[in-house]
Design a binder for this molecule. Structure first.
Ligand code: ASN
Ligand code: ZN
Length: 326
């Protein structure tokens, strides 16, 4: 079908047909479905269906628009994990999840739940627009991937690494999408405009730009909210991908400092994301902390590229750049 999304322009959506009715079941992606909660807060909601295979009109006032965005974000995330990381579905078993849109009223968040194997989106309130952008979808679905792999406990340092994993793959999926309306960046939630001034929720090049996230590891970081203790790992990923200093990517200007003042030479986001994914799925455990994440990613870099490689050195230097190891 055709989706007229709010954030990503006109896109192709996976749908199913039953008689003369179409519905948002993505048969090519594990039958991932998108359902309407119609402002409710419980239950699975109602599968989006209708007489034509065109979904939404680009405006939030149209009930189907949020569905088009959510369905598209889920499809991109599915495609990214399958085509780039070799993982088919959140559990790796080829089975799709489902999205619920129009959760509650004036709800300014989105979330993943293991219990329903589903993700849920609010419509926003005031300045904050519906929470259905590509990066938010990828962030939430990645919570499902993390829960079904490393199982990083959602508190303390492991909680920060859990959050960072969702932000890292949010960026990776947004770049992978190559969508000209929602271009790839190292910002999280920039389309939602949650602050009403065009700023994103989080910045990966210098996380402290949000006023709360930490740029570097310190003893005691495990006591701050996981959405802020994620900062150093997001910063690590940026440094490993793009290197330190000033740089413009897809028209967005970044300037990433290092805690040790030493430069980092980036290896590109594809290699950085591969290293993080392999560490998440083969090295990290539920209690992995920052020091163990360093050990795990170095082990993966050694396996993939060798311990004398530029990639291995970059992993070491990026961790040193956020005050983990030397
Ligand atoms: N949107 C938030 C997140 O995915 C919800 C939460 O705090 N868990 O991190
Ligand atoms: Zn999260």
């Amino acid at each position: 079908g055709t989706g007229n999304t709010q954030y990503s322009g006109t896109v192709t959506l996976g749908s199913a047909q039953s008689g003369s009715t179409y519905n948002l079941t993505d048969t090519a992606r594990g039958n991932h479905k998108t359902n309407n909660l119609n402002r409710g807060t419980s239950g699975t909601g109602t599968l989006f269906s209708g007489p034509d295979d065109v979904w939404g009109n680009g405006a939030a006032s149209n009930t189907e628009t949020a569905a088009a965005d959510a369905h598209y974000g889920a499809a991109l995330t599915w495609d990214y994990y399958k085509n780039v990381q070799g993982r088919t579905g959140i559990r790796g078993d080829g089975v799709g999840a489902y999205s619920r849109v129009h959760y509650s009223s004036n709800y300014v968040n989105a979330f993943w739940q293991d219990s329903c194997f589903c993700m849920t989106y609010g419509d926003g309130s005031g300045n904050a627009k519906p929470l259905t952008s590509i990066d938010v979808a990828a962030h939430e679905m990645t919570h499902g991937v993390t829960a079904n792999t490393a199982g990083l406990v959602y508190s303390g340092e492991s909680g920060g690494l859990n959050e960072a994993t969702s932000d890292i793959f949010a960026a990776a999926v947004e770049f992978y999408a190559g969508n000209s309306s929602d271009v790839g960046d190292y910002l999280v939630g920039e389309k939602i405009d949650i602050n009403g001034n065009g700023t994103p929720l989080r910045y990966m090049d210098k996380p402290s730009k949000d006023g709360a996230s930490k740029d570097s590891w310190y003893s005691g970081i495990g006591s701050v909210d996981v959405h802020y203790s994620s900062g150093p790992a997001n910063h690590f990923f940026y440094l490993l991908s793009e290197g330190s200093g000033a740089k413009t990517v897809n028209g967005v200007a970044y300037d990433s400092p290092t805690s040790d003042g030493l430069p980092v030479t980036g290896i590109g986001r594809d290699k950085a994301a591969l290293i993080w994914f392999k560490a998440l799925t083969t090295k990290f455990t539920s209690t992995t902390n920052y020091a163990a994440a360093r050990t795990g990613t170095l082990a993966v870099a050694g396996e993939l590229y060798g311990t004398t490689s530029a990639e291995y050195t970059a992993v070491q230097n990026a961790w040193a750049g956020i005050n983990v190891g030397t």
